[in-house]
Design a protein around this ligand. Structure first.
Ligand SMILES: CC(C)(COP(=O)(O)OP(=O)(O)OC[C@H]1O[C@@H](n2cnc3c(N)ncnc32)[C@H](O)[C@@H]1OP(=O)(O)O)[C@@H](O)C(=O)NCCC(=O)NCCS
Length: 406
């Protein structure tokens, strides 16, 4: 059957269990109650879901978490955080996902959400829908035996926490760190539930239960340890899930805790900001192998709102001609940044740069330089020097960072 004409439907709350089972099926994950029900619990507030059904079977699914994301200079705007995108193996490449995405973006616009965002399993999928990298991230694989901290660190600051205790203070710490970072997605209560409180064995990938540690009021980390012995030698690995600190001493102490766990030889972590402190904390940065990590993709649905709401360090004017086949960002936009603030309005004036919608989020959130996109022909300079002017105008103090995938 062809996907054309298949209409996505909104999933009722009563249908969240079959919805979640379909999501797991399409990701080749377990459909057992223990693995599915905590996730359903997390979806039951502040989220929306769609599916496309054919003869009573779920052909495709897509969920949206209603949350917010930080702008450069501070302040949050609503974000439709897209998740759980999957299509049945037998229904792929027939337009099912395209239909679900169109429905979800239409609704985001109708609700006045100026942005949609997602983490992608494959980079090539979502550019056609106007999503582009807003927050590039790095990962590390650390050879623990080679790590030394040149400055003394007080690891005794670090205390164990518990799934009962952590939810009381961690969200506030996360928000504090987020407020200094652009493109930082707020965690919906359901994500705290999944990230701290619920931890079924099926989610652990053969590793330990989630370990939670904190420096009260200053930072926290969560991780799992996978036991392994190489002959008689301990060779376990640590999967660091999240590490967030509000001051340099807490940051150093949490890293040292994680990099000093007995019975392990490697530490792996994803979703770190590109201006992370870690390489500067250790004596030999060659002990850190920098690995690929999924970036946050954003899709700008309301160009004037986003451009006029962020703050700028520089002053100046740019005219951006945005090409967007879906229409949401399409147009020629005049951005004027003055002492009193920024404005962004449609204009007939000649454009200084032309770019596709997917090139816009990286520039606007400060994660990608306009000059890099120009060099890759993903942005066209219509006036010489306009890309460098945009770099200056859009520069941010801290690199964009969303601390965990949603
Ligand atoms: C990725 C997935 C959701 C695509 O669903 P689908 O219904 O086959 O996609 P569609 O038929 O609607 O494709 C829409 C467009 O995206 C393209 N596309 C789809 N999957 C793609 C992929 N993996 N890589 C590159 N392009 C892809 C299609 O070619 C099509 O392009 P066109 O508009 O130029 O014709 C599906 O393959 C899947 O469920 N994969 C496993 C789970 C997964 O990876 N989910 C994504 C999580 S972020």
């Amino acid at each position: 059957m062809d996907g054309a004409g298949l209409r996505p439907e909104r999933v009722d709350d009563d249908d969240l269990v079959p919805f979640a089972r379909a999501v797991n099926r399409h990701f080749y994950d377990s459909e057992a109650d223990d693995d599915v029900l905590p996730w359903v619990e997390s979806l039951s507030t502040g989220s929306r879901a769609w599916w496309t059904r054919v003869d009573g079977r779920v052909a495709g699914n897509l969920g949206v978490i209603e949350t917010t994301v930080s702008l450069p200079g501070g302040g949050d705007v609503p974000l439709a955080a897209v998740t759980a995108v999957g299509v049945a193996q037998t229904m792929r490449r027939r337009g099912v996902m395209a239909g679900l995405m169109a429905a979800c973006l239409e609704e985001a616009v109708a609700r006045g959400e100026p942005l949609a965002g997602l983490f992608a399993s494959e980079a090539a999928i979502y550019g056609r829908f106007g999503f582009g990298v807003a927050a590039p991230h790095v990962g590390y694989r650390v050879d623990r035996s080679r790590v030394r901290f040149p400055e003394p660190v007080d690891v005794h600051l670090v205390e164990e926490s518990t799934p009962e205790q952590a939810p009381a203070s961690w969200p506030e710490l996360h928000d504090r760190v987020r407020s200094e970072r652009p493109a930082s997605v707020a965690k919906h209560p359901g994500q705290w539930l999944l990230g701290i409180t619920r931890d079924p064995p099926g989610w652990r990938g053969g590793a330990s239960a989630r370990r939670l540690v904190e420096i009260p009021g200053r930072g926290y980390a969560s991780y799992r340890v996978k036991e392994h012995f190489d002959g008689l030698l301990p060779a376990g690995s640590v999967r660091l899930l999240e590490l967030v600190a509000t001051d340099p001493e807490a940051e150093a102490a949490l890293w040292q805790h994680v990099l000093d766990l007995d019975l392990t030889t490697t530490v792996e972590v994803s979703y770190r900001p590109v201006d992370d402190a870690l390489p500067h904390l250790v004596a030999d940065r060659h002990a850190l192998r920098v690995t690929e990590s999924s970036p946050l993709y954003l899709r700008i649905l309301d160009v004037p709102r986003i451009l006029a709401s962020r703050t700028y360090r520089g002053r100046g004017t740019a005219v951006l001609e945005v090409m967007d086949p879906a229409g949401y960002a399409q147009g020629r936009w005049r951005l004027e940044v003055e002492e009193a603030g920024a404005s962004c309005i449609p204009t007939d004036a000649p454009a200084t740069v032309g770019l596709p919608a997917q090139s816009l989020p990286g520039i606007v959130f400060g994660g990608i330089r306009a000059t890099s996109l120009a060099a890759a022909r993903r942005l066209e300079e219509r006036r010489s020097g306009a890309a460098a002017e945009l770099d200056h105008l859009m520069a941010v103090d801290r690199a964009p960072w969303t601390t965990m995938e949603f």
